[in-house]
Design a protein around this ligand. Structure first.
Ligand code: ADE
Length: 335
């Protein structure tokens, strides 16, 4: 069966992995651990879509060790036992321990945690045999795992969880030039004909996120095919991206609603996250994890002890005048 598209685009080696040089560039701590072939459990922290799973898989490939995944949100006790059982029966010859990747680890369920951590610490799990009064439990040895946790919210990790992991590596959003390299690579894998200016346009407007850039590339490709020619030129990219409701800097409707609400209803802030969520109709967690990181990266939004605030450049981008510097918004607020 053909590989799913996302899999085909995922880099398999560090040489193909673009960006995050502070983690995997020459001399960086994680790079040194990988090169030495010895990694201890760690956390990858960063916004959605910046390549946390990809990086963990690359590390497993490089260390030639099995890679198992669990989602902290959807996996139950049975999934954990299945993974442990699979790892037990899988003969592998690498020096490195198999990697167990747990996505959204800040949401790890207590029951799952209770099986997983003793397994990590004692290399054994207790399995119940039989039911009712004759039930008994036996200890079964499990392989030593290296745990890699991924999270969008490092602030929600409990202290015991942090202690178990030791190191926290932060993934950053990508610069437009880095995203352009990713889009160029994806276009080549998918045999899409794209001009440099078209690629750069997609990169600039994909909010620093490879997942979004790859998705945008496919949408622009579809548009290019319909519009004729099939080539992604600068004009084709611009038109296709505008049709998605994405602006010059990559802000979508929700980003603009967040900024617009802050400006029109709260004079640009400070405004609390929950109030912002209630007035925009978006989930507070989504605003914090998905929208804010990019708005902060653009320098449009600041977190202050009293709440979120828009910066002067945000006002400029939204073509509005801050209160006190003109009369439009001030007037609106007083009415
Ligand atoms: N896809 C997702 N993340 C990537 C990266 N850092 N480099 C190349 N392709 C990617």
């Amino acid at each position: 069966m053909a590989q799913p598209l996302a899999e085909r685009l995922r880099p398999k080696t560090l040489d193909d992995y673009i960006g995050q040089k502070h983690l995997v560039g020459p001399g960086a701590v994680l790079r040194k651990m990988i090169d030495a072939g010895r990694i201890s459990s760690f956390i990858l922290w960063g916004p959605p879509g910046v390549g946390k799973t990809t990086l963990a898989q690359i590390i497993a490939n490089k260390l030639e060790t099995p890679f198992y995944t669990l989602s902290a949100v959807t996996s139950g006790v049975k999934d954990v036992r299945d993974v442990i059982e699979k790892a037990r029966s899988n003969r592998f010859f690498s020096q490195a321990s198999p990697i167990l990747f747990i996505d959204e680890i800040h949401r790890l369920n207590r029951v799952v945690e209770e099986i997983l951590y003793p397994a990590m610490e004692d290399f054994a799990i207790d399995i119940m045999i039989g039911k009712g009064p004759t039930a008994r439990s036996i200890r079964v040895a499990v392989p030593k795992f290296t745990l890699v946790g991924a999270t969008t919210r490092a602030g929600q990790l409990s202290a015991p969880l942090r202690d178990r992991f030791g190191i926290l590596f932060r993934l950053e959003m990508y610069k437009p030039e880095e995203l352009a390299q990713i889009v160029r690579r994806s276009a080549s894998i998918l045999e899409i004909d794209a001009e440099d200016a078209g690629i750069m346009e997609i990169a600039r407007r994909s909010r620093g996120t490879p997942r979004i850039a790859n998705r945008m590339l496919k949408r622009v490709r579809d548009y290019a095919q319909v519009r004729g020619g099939g080539v992604i030129s600068l004009d084709v990219a611009r038109e296709a991206i505008a049709m998605q409701g994405v602006d010059e800097l990559g802000l979508d409707k929700v980003d603009r609603a967040v900024l617009g609400t802050m400006m029109d209803k709260f004079g640009g802030g400070p405004v609390g996250l929950d109030t912002l969520a209630a007035t925009t109709g978006e989930d507070a967690v989504t605003i914090e994890d998905v929208y804010e990181p990019y708005l902060m990266q653009l320098g449009f939004l600041m977190r202050t002890p009293r709440g979120r605030m828009c910066t002067p450049t945000a006002w400029e981008h939204m073509k509005r005048t801050p209160p006190g510097q003109g009369n439009d918004n001030q007037l609106k607020m007083e009415l």
